[in-house]
Design a protein around this ligand. Structure first.
Ligand code: NAD
Ligand code: MG
Length: 389
């Protein structure tokens, strides 16, 4: 029996993780859950899975949740960053599913690594912000990080049993998002509702907007660099609208190895939870005879400048990727609240990066300092642009 803690239990990845656990209750037990503010869903999850500990965003929500659950509930309710850190490091927990969205996922994920927990990593921002430190910590604590991001799960599977020195290229597939076929001059007028209609994947709002700008793929390039220890020059992107080929690895002899599957996150989640075993599923698998076509296109760096910004940030290194991530989070939130337009998102990120003097973070505090700097600067850029217009 593996004891699981899910950080971000009420989100898209969190609920899919519980779906996988629900069908495998003899093999997994839910020891801890954490969430932000969605108390009704969290209450249902507590009643169904009976975790020992639950943590929510703040004390007010913790009080409300206790009231909703009633006195007979034995789950301990915690709150805030301290509660999150407790949920990530409980002695009984074997594996932590890191599925909070954004920079808030970094600290509890590193805590879990330091506590020696197995990590199923969905929170790509952890790797973008602090890749080098996270990899070093995992190595020194003897912790294996199993990716949940579908592309990275694919690559993880494609490199297993091969020599790293033989890898020529890692090729990340991208669906292209909802605007892949849009005429370029229409991009500036798209609304949050348009951008939230992803053609292939059902995900949280932030990653759905990142998919529309293609910043998601840029973040994934950085995530791949750190997870697999491969130079950025060897990591490429290819647009594949059907989202059937989840990614590929090319070896020195020209051989390409790909992993295929339906576009359903339960696949990579199940892979990470069961690793090194595999789940036996009864549901229908991908029927290749029913796939009408499998297409590939080069990414459009001009239409989607976020991709180039991500490559640029990781090439400059140090604190740059943390600032890229922070300014992107601020810009995406501003777009969702209709303060800025869609094409302003990469503009805000680019301006923030231009103003940043990178330094090499030696600690998590240094990374958080860069994150804070990037947020404040991006907010100022947005405020100044509103006042100027
Ligand atoms: P989501 O918005 O659906 O869920 C986020 C979860 O985090 C929720 O449970 C929310 O309550 C919690 N949360 C948010 N802010 C918090 C905070 N400050 N403190 C504590 N909890 C907080 O997001 P998602 O789509 O499930 O994505 C989660 C992560 O997984 C992201 O990093 C995303 O990039 C990555 N990911 C998601 C998918 C997907 O299909 N959804 C695929 C690959 C990677
Ligand atoms: Mg992905």
């Amino acid at each position: 029996m593996k004891n699981i803690s899910i950080l971000g239990a009420t989100g898209s990845i969190g609920t899919s993780t519980l779906d996988v656990i629900r069908r495998n209750q003899t093999q997994f037990s839910v020891t801890a859950l954490s969430a932000g503010r969605n108390l009704p869903l969290l209450k249902n999850q507590i009643e169904e899975f009976g975790p020992k500990v639950v943590s929510v965003i703040d004390k007010k929500h913790a009080d409300k949740l206790r009231e909703m659950l009633g006195r007979s509930c034995e789950t301990e309710i915690l709150s805030g960053v301290e509660g999150l850190r407790e949920a990530a490091t409980l002695r009984e927990v074997d594996m932590v599913v890191s599925a909070i969205v954004g920079a808030a996922g970094l600290v509890p994920t590193v805590d879990a690594i330091e506590a020696g927990k197995g990590i199923a990593l969905a929170n790509k921002e952890t790797m973008v912000m602090a890749g080098r430190l996270v990899v070093e910590t995992a190595l020194s604590c003897g912790v294996k990080i199993i990716p949940v991001d579908s592309e990275h799960s694919a690559i993880f599977q494609c490199i297993s049993g091969h020599n790293k020195k033989d890898i020529r290229r890692i090729i990340l597939t991208a669906s292209g998002g909802p605007f892949f076929k849009l005429e370029r001059d229409k991009l500036s007028a798209v609304t949050p509702d348009d951008a939230l209609k992803h053609p292939k994947w059902e995900m949280g709002k932030k990653i759905t907007i990142d998919s529309a700008t293609m910043m998601n793929k840029g973040l994934e390039v950085i995530e791949a660099k750190w997870l697999f220890g491969v130079d950025i020059e060897r990591i490429e992107i290819i647009v594949h609208p059907q989202s059937i080929v989840h990614s590929m690895v090319e070896y020195s002899d020209g051989s390409l190895i790909a992993q295929l599957g339906l576009p359903d996150m339960k696949g990579p989640i199940s892979y990470a939870l069961f690793y090194p075993e595999r789940e036996e599923v009864v549901e229908p698998a991908l029927n290749l005879a029913e796939v009408e076509k499998i297409e590939f296109f080069p990414p459009d760096f001009d239409m989607f400048p976020s991709i180039g910004l991500a490559y640029g940030a990781v090439k400059r290194g140090g604190s740059m990727p943390a600032v890229l991530n922070a300014s992107n989070e601020v810009a995406v939130a501003a777009f969702l609240s209709r303060e800025i337009g869609f094409t302003d998102i990469p503009r805000v990120v680019e301006k923030t990066l231009d103003l940043h003097v990178p330094f090499e973070p030696e600690s998590l505090d240094d990374v958080l300092r860069a994150d804070e700097w990037g947020r404040a600067k991006a907010q100022k850029i947005i405020k100044d642009s509103k006042e100027g217009s």
